[in-house]
Design a protein around this ligand. Structure first.
Ligand SMILES: [Mg+2]
Length: 429
């Protein structure tokens, strides 16, 4: 028996956690740079406002309808997500964190007598201890449990189990395009062949499905029939590269401003590489000038390769600054930039510099420093400790966040207003 636990309107629920006055009121959350709607409360869904709608186009309507608009705060959502996953992991011995707000849990039949009660208990704890509403679907396969969680949400039950007996009724009532793994395009093709519901789909001959939709279609069909084909992926795959890039909130022109922006991005990349216990054998830095959708635009970029893979902030930022110095050309209006770390290897399998023990000791010191900074920032949440030069640079690159919630714990470093008004006691390097 599998359970899929899915947080309801996750980003909106996170905002409501810190602004309880928003409960029961219409709320949307915007993507970076206040681009488009990425999360809607039930009240907003009921108004018929679609997901992914560009903010500028719908601004007036939202205002008229009294919808509260929040700029996305991914650092905070990530924190809440790890609390959600932490609580879930205590209820199973095998779990796949499928996305920021969803996880598959294995519920071994022997220890869980009544799965519905068990799931209802998880739901209650999630509400009391984390404060996030969730929907839980129970079934024999991933594809069915996904469907069950959607049904659970739709009908407000919170928990729904699809059993052998109830599967037929649910599948006959589900449009084939709503099935996990069947894309919009496949759904249109299936409709043309007279397959409208998930029930129609499972009754089709398997060989036909395989020929029409490749083996992926067949897997979906078998899973809908209750035959598990997709195992839980309990260890996330190692990243092949780590990229951090941003479209900046302001146009940057001077090398000093670019230094600040790039330092910020490289520090973030460094944090990610250390979290994955990796080291970088190479780095790309790029800066873009102009805007894609109007007029001239282009990139300056260059790679650097390291004899010994690096992972400390000091070494990563130094390398990035060297590249930046080479690719920067004055007279351009820069709008975006970032760094990619690649040729990644395990942090513990690096060669020692046999002939230069000074270099080795220096490197070990830098790495200890970076790990210490990470530990402090993990405890403070988000970014508490950062180089003073970033604040001195005035956060000109930080994305526009007109509607950012006044959260004291998260992302204060990337919030120009709070950085300017509150001297940071941890700001000592
Ligand atoms: Mg969700």
């Amino acid at each position: 028996m599998l359970a899929l636990c899915d947080c309801n309107n996750f980003f909106v629920s996170c905002e409501r956690l810190y602004r309880p006055e928003l409960r029961g009121r219409p709320v949307v959350v915007l993507s970076s740079n206040d681009g488009c709607i990425v999360s809607r409360s039930d009240e907003v869904k009921a108004m018929g406002i679609p997901m992914g709608e560009p903010y500028f186009r719908i601004r007036g309507l939202l205002k008229k309808k009294g919808v509260t608009v929040c700029s996305g705060n991914l650092a905070m959502y990530g924190e809440v997500s790890s609390r959600v996953m932490g609580l879930l992991s205590r209820h199973t011995d095998e779990m796949e964190a499928y996305s920021i707000d969803e996880a598959f849990l294995n519920l071994p039949g022997a220890s869980v007598e009544n799965p519905v009660e068990y799931a209802a208990d998880i739901r209650k704890k999630m509400d009391q201890w984390v404060g996030i509403p969730v929907s839980i679907g129970l079934a024999a396969t991933k594809t069915l449990s996904k469907l069950a969680s959607e049904e659970a949400r739709k009908y407000g039950a919170g928990v729904l189990q699809i059993t052998e007996e109830t599967a037929g009724t649910v599948l006959d009532a589900t449009p084939v395009g709503d099935v996990w793994g069947i894309g919009h395009k496949s759904a249109i093709r299936l409709n043309r062949w007279g397959i409208y519901t998930a029930g129609d789909f499972i009754r089709k001959d398997s060989l036909w499905v395989r020929r029409a939709m490749t083996v992926r279609g067949l897997v979906t069909q078998l899973e809908l029939r209750g035959q598990p084909c997709l195992p839980l992926v309990t260890t996330p795959p190692q990243p092949k590269s780590i990229q951090v890039s941003r479209t900046w909130g302001n146009v940057l022109e001077s090398l000093d401003d670019l230094h600040c922006a790039m330092t910020d991005h490289v520090l973030e990349a460094g944090r990610q590489i250390r979290k994955n216990e990796l080291a970088a054998g190479a780095m790309t830095v790029f800066i873009r000038y102009g805007y894609h959708h109007r007029g001239e635009c282009g990139y300056f970029t260059e790679d650097a390769y390291f004899d010994n893979p690096i992972l400390s902030d000091v070494e990563l930022t130094r390398a990035a600054m060297r590249i930046l110095g080479r690719i920067y050309r004055p007279g351009y209006r820069y709008t975006k930039g970032g760094a990619t770390l690649f040729n990644l290897s395990g942090a513990n399998y690096r060669q020692r510099e046999l002939f230069d023990s000074d270099a080795h000791e220096r490197r070990a010191l830098y790495e200890r420093l970076s790990h210490a900074v990470d530990a402090i920032n993990d405890r403070l949440g988000g970014r508490g400790l950062y180089p003073a030069s970033l604040a001195a640079g005035g956060w000109k690159w930080s994305p526009r966040k007109e509607h950012k919630s006044a959260s004291r714990t998260w992302g204060s470093a990337s919030n120009p207003a709070s950085a300017a008004s509150s001297p940071d006691p941890f700001n000592f390097f």
